[in-house]
Design a protein around this ligand. Structure first.
Ligand code: NAD
Length: 370
């Protein structure tokens, strides 16, 4: 039986409420599986600015690096909105990503059958459910490429002076593409063995390199069906027939955009988990997609399911306990099937709902039955 070291960063707003829920569920996993989880709680974001004067104290990063996995709630809030960029709570996220070498971001967009009505898509488009994993490259591409501005002396064809020109360079090397593809293929092997590389290979040279690296790596995963799709088509297909996707692997910018679109299909931000991973053997970071929801913080009504599902991803991807992860996911599904809801996912305004702690207890009850 293994003892896992988890660094917990509750953060701001509803962060402490939802991370507490996920830790309670992990404790139940420990009781049942015989493994144990040792939590070290540390500050980052607004909470760290208040207590230590900086968004990411060195000690937080040190402890995060020494753990098996990091569980993060959310950071930010109006109290710190007027601080300059690198002193803001959100700077902690960038520091953690960089410090932990997290190059892969995994976002699950699952439409639970019971929440089908929450989807903005027509019921016939989502009748078979949606279960997509978007694997986004997180530390390369245009967001990290050379950028700048230049005053141009040239003119447009019609003679208008160009004025200032700005540029952002998209750049990927084979090694970066290969390592993100491996995360995608290994995930596809645990899922429905279908991987779609989304790119713009009809125009971009970087996309053509993505394709040739994919052709090479795909040979190592003969069980996985690999296909390619242009990003413009992918954005249409996601709303036309989301069921066709299993795992999507894509670049930083395309993944940024498509993961929000896929998340929206599920209709509920309180249900979306995510994982950020580095090289195998180093700690991954797990967090809900939503922010700190200052409007409902401290009221005990936040939906903890995205964070609980993030903990399930942690079991699967960092702790080598995929069966326990699947059971946690099933427990969440059972809770929804029994009609339990938090305020954000009730069908009609005025319907009764459970608070953060109560729905967490329901998940634990269901988990214990599995
Ligand atoms: P938000 O996700 O915090 O909230 C958007 C809306 O969704 C709000 O009405 C909120 O009440 C609701 N909501 C979000 N999560 C919920 C949950 N679990 N249960 C029930 N309702 C939920 O986005 P925002 O309002 O744009 O941002 C608030 C703060 O969070 C900002 O400071 C922003 O910078 C920060 N933020 C942090 C992260 C992060 O830490 N990863 C991500 C996004 C935003």
């Amino acid at each position: 039986m293994t003892k896992y070291k988890i660094t917990v960063i509750p953060g701001d707003g509803i962060g402490p409420e939802v991370t507490e829920s996920a830790c309670e569920v992990l404790k139940a996993v420990g009781r049942k599986s015989g493994h144990s989880f040792a939590y070290t709680e540390v500050a980052a974001g607004g909470a760290a600015i208040d207590s230590c004067g900086m968004p990411l104290p060195k000690e937080t990063l040190r402890l995060a690096k020494e753990s098996d996995a990091v569980l993060l709630g959310a950071v930010g809030g109006p109290k710190w909105d007027n601080l300059p960029g690198d002193a803001r709570p959100e700077a902690a996220l960038l520091g953690l990503r960089k410090g932990l070498g997290l190059f892969a971001n995994l976002r699950l967009a699952v439409l639970f059958p019971e929440l089908r009505d929450a989807s903005p898509l027509r019921p016939d488009l989502v009748k078979d459910g949606v279960d997509i994993l978007i694997v986004r490259e997180l530390t390369g591409g245009i967001y990290f490429g050379k950028r700048g501005r230049e005053k141009k002396v040239e003119k447009l064809e019609d003679g208008t002076p160009k004025g200032v020109e700005a540029f952002d360079v998209e750049c990927y090397c084979e090694a970066e593409i290969e390592r993100i593809l491996r995360v995608g293929y290994n995930s596809a092997m645990q899922r429905n063995k279908h991987l779609t590389v989304v790119d713009k290979a009809n125009i971009l040279e970087t996309s053509r390199l993505w394709r040739s690296v994919t052709e090479k790596i795909s040979k190592e995963y003969p069980e996985v069906e690999t296909d390619f799709m242009y990003v413009d088509n992918a954005s249409m297909q996601l709303v036309r027939c989301p069921k066709q996707f299993d795992v999507i692997v894509t670049s930083n910018m395309f993944g940024d955009i498509l993961s929000d679109e896929a998340g929206m299909i599920t209709g509920s931000i309180g249900m979306l988990p995510s994982a950020s991973l580095g090289v195998p053997g180093t700690p991954g970071m797990y967090e809900p997609v939503h922010g700190s929801a200052p409007d409902i913080a401290g009221k005990g009504i936040a939906n903890p399911l995205a964070t609980i599902l993030s903990a399930a991803m942690m079991l699967r991807y960092s702790l080598g306990l995929p069966r326990e992860g699947a059971k946690v996911e099933q427990a969440v599904s059972e809770v929804l099937a029994k009609g339990f809801r938090t305020a954000d996912i009730v069908e009609n305004r005025g319907d009764s709902f459970l608070g953060t702690k109560e729905i967490t207890e329901k998940v634990i009850d269901e988990y214990e039955k599995l």
